[in-house]
Ligand binder design. Structure first.
Ligand code: GRF
Length: 217
């Protein structure tokens, strides 16, 4: 499966995909890494792994719509079957989301529908949640609101800070993303903006990552 990755930052989720590809644990070809920040660590990781990297500067475009059109024309040019947003920190224009409906996923550090947007760890702590985690969902125009394929739950500890919680959630994000991409690569998942089918049956609740890093109902 041809996979394109969008990332704005350090790229540890991208690195997890690279490592799994290199270990032949995932049947994917990483066909491009795309960023809105030329300095993104993700682009350095791509270059070190021999994956083409492209960065476009939002400031070079008159409007967000023009920037997104250029970005997704570049993505389309590498003919991905799946686009993975892994720490891509921009809201994507609805027109571009529609263009890749059912083919674009995002990893988000909360148990959606809780805590869309930013500062998810601080918000989970503030709410006194006993359990926090991460989600892989299909991208729709509304931010972090598309159908959720899979989640990893992370217990909140009494002395957690947003930083300590972020570290433990990130450690579960990587196997979660690999399991979700692996399931999609196996051809068992079909999705649109409203629902996800796994083996032809509608998913009524997100799959869960277990201690062996497998996802199941
Ligand atoms: C992750 O926490 C991801 O869930 C969020 O942004 C962060 C990206 O981390 N969307 P990295 O760049 O993959 O290390």
């Amino acid at each position: 499966m041809r996979v394109a990755v969008l990332a704005s930052g350090r790229g540890s989720n991208l690195q997890a995909l690279i490592n799994a590809r290199d270990a032949w644990e995932l049947a994917i070809e990483l066909v491009g890494v795309f960023s809105d920040r030329a300095s993104a660590g993700a682009l350095q990781r791509a270059s070190a792994a021999g994956i083409p990297g492209i960065s476009l500067r939002p400031k070079d475009f008159a409007t967000r719509a023009e920037f997104d059109a250029a970005m997704f024309d570049a993505v389309d040019a590498v003919q991905p079957s799946l686009i993975v947003c892994a720490g891509y920190m921009r809201i994507i224009a609805a027109e571009q989301v529609a263009r890749f409906e059912g083919r674009m996923i995002n990893i988000h550090p909360s148990l959606l529908p809780k805590y869309t947007g930013l500062h998810t760890h601080a918000r989970a702590l503030q709410a006194g949640d006993a359990v926090h985690g991460a989600s892989v969902h299909y991208v729709i125009p509304a931010l972090d609101a598309g159908p959720v394929l899979a989640q990893a739950q992370v217990p909140v500890l009494a002395d957690d800070t947003p930083e300590s919680l972020a570290v433990r959630v990130l450690a579960r994000e990587h196997p979660l993303l690999l399991a979700a991409v692996g399931l999609i690569a196996s051809g068992r998942v079909a999705a649109d903006a409203r629902q996800i089918l796994v083996d032809g049956a509608p998913l009524s609740a997100p799959l869960q990552l277990d201690a062996e890093n497998r996802i199941h109902a």
